[in-house]
Design a protein around this ligand. Structure first.
Ligand SMILES: N[C@@H](CCC(=O)N[C@@H](CS)C(=O)NCC(=O)O)C(=O)O
Length: 211
């Protein structure tokens, strides 16, 4: 990889200003307390250096010296291994596999609805709201079952889920009273000081941080 003139830090993240997928990686970085340079990207108009680095031109894209990584799952797992403290995955294979599957389901089933609400036409956004609400309600027992998602400690799965919960009011997704455990789950993560550090100014403006 030819070093881009824009990349000055050892660790650089190309990230959109308001995107659940980029936010997922920023939350991992914040939870690890890692400093990095953020290059804000408009995904509809990727800069030349990103086009050179990533064949998909997608964000998030992480550059760590000579290593270029993209796809939020790949970037998140790399960061968890590269910066082991605090660990964001359990140690036993069964729990790890369960969390990986949950993250895969989230990427395939939930995120497209968030993106349809944010970027689709009215019909797509309305359908996205309805389906996202159904998916959240179907997962309600999982939000009730442990302190964090499928795990007693905060994990990479929470880094993927919290950005979605944070955006629910801004996305126009209203959950019924019985879904309060989902909001309570979100609050446990939003109260973590790392959460505030993960937010761009645009994302901070989406709702009030809990006291
Ligand atoms: N599968 C990718 C998808 C991320 C994604 O959807 N990124 C959007 C911005 S929120 C993007 O870069 N869109 C432009 C493109 O893919 O060309 C990942 O996990 O990183």
């Amino acid at each position: 990889m030819a070093a881009s003139p824009r990349i000055r830090n050892a660790l650089t993240l190309f990230s959109s200003r308001d995107c659940v997928v980029c936010h997922r990686v920023r939350l991992v970085l914040a939870a690890k307390g890692v400093t990095y340079e953020l290059v804000p990207v408009d995904p509809g108009n990727p800069p030349e250096d990103l086009v050179d680095l990533n064949p998909y031109h997608s964000v998030p894209t992480l550059v760590d010296r000579d290593l270029v990584l993209y796809a939020a799952s790949v970037v998140s797992e790399y960061l968890d291994e590269r910066y082991p403290h605090p660990p964001l995955m359990p140690v036993d294979p069964l729990s790890r596999a369960r969390l990986r599957l949950a993250m895969l389901r989230l990427e395939h089933d939930w995120v497209p609805h968030v993106q349809a609400i944010q970027h689709g036409n009215k019909a797509q956004a309305d359908a996205g709201r309805k389906r996202l609400k159904e998916l959240l309600l179907a997962a309600l027992p999982l939000f009730k079952a442990s302190k964090f998602f499928l795990n007693p400690e905060m994990s990479l799965a929470d880094c993927a889920i919290a950005p979605i919960i944070w955006r629910l009011p801004a996305l126009g997704v209203q959950l019924p009273k019985e879904a309060k455990p989902i909001e309570d789950y979100g609050m446990r993560i939003f109260r973590n000081p790392a959460y505030l550090r993960s937010l761009t100014p645009e994302e901070k403006a989406l709702r009030e941080l809990p006291q």
